[in-house]
Design a protein around this ligand. Structure first.
Ligand code: IMP
Ligand code: MG
Length: 179
């Protein structure tokens, strides 16, 4: 697996620091709220499991899974719900937890969908952000860090369902997906 990585972008230690910082901020911001963390499967599971343990206030978690039509390294913008949330959202302050904000199409679709269910509030937390790739007007409220416009894998992020279990975030060698 490591052979397919061009270079490590975020080490385990750097990721841990980012998560600790985000957890601190979120715990402070949500101390008087009714926090429900919504993890978007599957890419955000590793981040989610670390982030929830960095949060020091009571919170609930739930999961949803969407698939964008079209495989590979680009999203089509058309999204289908594969697994919906289990609980009604009224009264909850939602924090949507994502692995990476790229074109923004997936998240903007999810936000629109969940907003219609009338939660108390919705905010977005993404581990990684590729701001220059944005196609729709969406900004995350909490960002681990911005990354260059390269295809990254590890710490939950995949290429073709692989590399999610790498403990760091690395840039995938272009020959892996173009070859
Ligand atoms: P968006 O709808 O274009 O913002 O796409 C977001 C989704 O695309 C993420 O949740 C990832 O699953 C996937 N994605 C975008 N960029 C990358 C990347 O560099 N590595 C792995 N997955 C990515
Ligand atoms: Mg993916």
């Amino acid at each position: 697996m490591n052979h397919d990585i061009q270079n490590v972008l975020l080490s385990e230690q750097r990721l841990a620091e980012m998560v600790t910082e985000l957890g601190k901020q979120i715990s402070e911001d949500y101390k008087d709220k009714n926090l429900l963390m919504v993890s978007v499967l599957k890419g955000s599971v590793v981040f989610m499991s670390d982030l929830m343990r960095a949060i020091t206030i009571p919170c609930r978690i739930d999961f949803m899974s969407v698939s964008s039509y079209g495989s590979g390294v680009k999203t089509s913008g058309v999204v289908k719900i594969v697994k919906d949330l289990d609980i009604p959202l009224a009264g909850y302050d939602l924090l949507i937890v994502e692995d990476i904000l790229d074109s923004g199409m997936t998240l903007s679709y999810i936000v629109e969908l969940l907003e219609a269910r009338g939660p108390a509030s919705i905010k977005l937390c993404t581990l990684l952000d590729k701001p220059e790739r944005r196609k729709v007007d969406i900004k995350a409220d909490y960002v681990g860090c911005a990354v260059p416009d390269e295809f990254v894998v590890g710490y939950g992020l995949d290429y073709d369902e692989k590399y999610r279990n790498l403990p760091y975030v690395g840039i995938l060698k272009p020959e892996v997906y173009s070859g």
